[in-house]
Write a protein that binds this ligand. Structure first.
Ligand code: ADP
Ligand code: MG
Length: 502
């Protein structure tokens, strides 16, 4: 009997062995628990043992059994607070049981008469949570456990708890890795089925995933400059944290690509690269056809514009050749028509030239004031009053002075042409916005719809280019021009040149 009571012996190496997780499989730790339990039972020279682990809530399910406790049914469980094992689980305090009848609550499982004593030890983790219950028992006839056995069992249980939590973590990790692998395989299958090339990079720009198209078309050494272009787009996205989309034309192969990189919330980015060669060609062709059509329309309009003054010049010349004495009368007309042709050429060139702005910080009302100084005498001659409303000391805005002056000039001249003597034109300015309002003839909806089309004019001497040029200048400033008009009541043009105020 004395011998049976001998101290359990486990060495430091034995404790380390508890942490050998090689028996842990991808899906469970059953085998690992069996081995661990067998070790505990043998160290305490016991004849049976079981391990119950928390499976969420108050229930601890049977996970391992050995020796005299092998008869435990597979679905045996300890319920927190119920029975001795349940009280141990609820209180976190180990119990030594030497009266087998106490064990009744563990159900039929125990052959009561075969058990002489038991140690029921809670497995308490570092956060003081009971993750399970370890139960070690000796048979009748064997030396019953003593308090010092229990002390040792509690010390051992600390190691067992750590090892078991480790094993549980490893299982979870393994199953997460497995799920991730599966998800990755699915993702790769999806990416491969996508038409274009797709690359996923991490926050350092390293490729973490790619589809086969990307591998063949973009990442192959033959991809050449396309690869470089993609690197730039990736870099821009990662530094700016915004979607970057750029077309790339590969002149070596006459192919065009659209490269788009979207930042991911987790860092990194997804890059898609779609070949748009055919689409680009079609667009270019469409653009060419459109331009040809525009050129055709414009040529007709220009010819029409040139023909009017030319007809005037020709008839004046005819008059002079037939009646030389009328020369002083007609020479003036010829000069006037020639000047008109000159103006037309200027306006047309202005219209056709690409707009390049010379921006500088200026107060808009100063620019308007300068233009109105020139126009006021003309207006007075016609009996039209020009009112200028603005608050002095206005803020500065980035503008091209000459171009904005041109807009004001065009709008006020149009207002003149639409007004009668005695009427007034009001110009008002605030910040980067100004308005020109007249009380003139106004326009119908149809007229307003055509207003900004090149060569639309209702004037015998008009070119119909003034407002087209105005819109071009406003667009170049990133601004907006709006019209409000009513037939017989007047018209207001509003120009906003500050893109932030649009
Ligand atoms: P143009 O002055 O040479 O006719 P614009 O492009 O400046 O060319 O103007 C086009 C047309 O828009 C004018 O012919 C006129 O019919 C109409 N229009 C422009 N401004 C006004 C206005 N303030 N009131 C009425 N009609 C206007
Ligand atoms: Mg005009």
């Amino acid at each position: 009997m004395r011998e049976l009571a001998a101290q359990p012996r486990w060495s430091q190496a034995d404790l380390w062995d508890l942490f050998d997780l090689s028996p842990v499989s991808d899906s469970d730790i059953a085998k690992y628990l069996d081995i661990t339990l067998a070790k505990c039972v043998s160290w305490f020279r016991a004849s049976g043992g079981s391990i119950f682990l928390a499976d969420g809530g108050d229930r601890f399910g049977l996970q391992a059994k050995v020796g005299a406790q092998s008869k435990l049914p597979e679905d045996a469980a300890v319920i927190s607070g119920v029975g001795i094992a349940g009280i141990v689980a609820a209180s976190g305090v180990a119990r030594l049981i030497d009266d087998p009848t106490f064990y009744a609550d563990m159900s039929e499982i125990e052959t009561k008469q075969s058990i002489s004593s038991s140690m029921v030890i809670p497995l308490v983790d570092v956060r003081r949570r009971v993750i399970g219950v370890l139960n070690i028992s000796r048979k009748t006839g064997e030396h019953p456990f003593e308090e010092r056995d229990l002390d040792q069992a509690v010390a051992l249980a600390a190691h067992v708890t750590l090892a078991v939590t480790n094993a549980q973590m490893v299982t979870r990790l393994k199953s997460t890795v497995k799920e991730t692998k599966l998800a990755n395989e699915k993702l790769t299958a999806v990416l491969d089925s996508v038409g274009g090339a797709v690359i996923v990079v991490d926050g350092d720009g390293e490729i973490v995933n790619k589809n086969s198209t990307a591998e063949e078309d973009i990442l192959a050494p033959s991809a050449g400059r396309l690869g470089e272009s993609i690197s730039h787009v990736i870099w821009d996205t990662l530094t700016l944290h915004e979607t970057v989309k750029k077309p790339f034309y590969d002149s070596d192969f006459d192919r065009t690509w659209m490269v788009e990189a979207r930042p991911l919330n987790s860092g990194g980015a997804v890059i898609t690269c779609q070949e748009i060669t055919d689409h680009e060609r079609q667009q270019r062709e469409l653009g060419r056809v459109r331009r040809l059509a525009e050129i055709g329309q414009m040529t007709a309009a220009i010819a029409h514009e040139i023909r009017n003054p030319l007809t005037g010049i020709r008839s004046a010349a005819q008059m002079i050749s037939q009646h030389p004495e009328t020369m002083p009368d007609f020479i003036g007309a010829i000069e006037e028509e020639a000047l008109k042709l000159n103006d037309l050429c200027d306006e047309f060139l202005e219209f056709a030239r690409p707009m390049q702005l010379n921006l500088q910080p200026v107060v808009l009302s100063d620019v308007i004031g300068d233009v109105l100084k020139v126009l006021k005498p003309l207006a007075e001659e016609k009996g039209i009053e020009i009112k200028f409303e603005f608050s002095p000391g206005g803020e500065q805005v980035q503008l091209d002075i000459r171009r904005v002056g041109q807009i004001v000039h065009n709008l006020v001249r149009n207002a003149f042409d639409a007004s009668q003597p005695g009427q007034s034109i009001t110009v008002s300015a605030e910040g980067g916005t100004f308005r020109v309002t007249d009380q003139g003839i106004g326009m119908s909806e149809e007229q307003v719809a055509k207003l900004f089309s090149a060569f639309f004019t209702t004037k015998s001497a008009g070119t119909g280019l003034g407002l087209s040029v105005c819109r071009k200048i406003v667009d170049a400033h990133g601004g907006e021009i709006r019209v409000q008009s009513e037939v017989g009541k007047g018209t207001t043009f509003e120009v906003c040149l500050d893109r932030n105020q649009k």
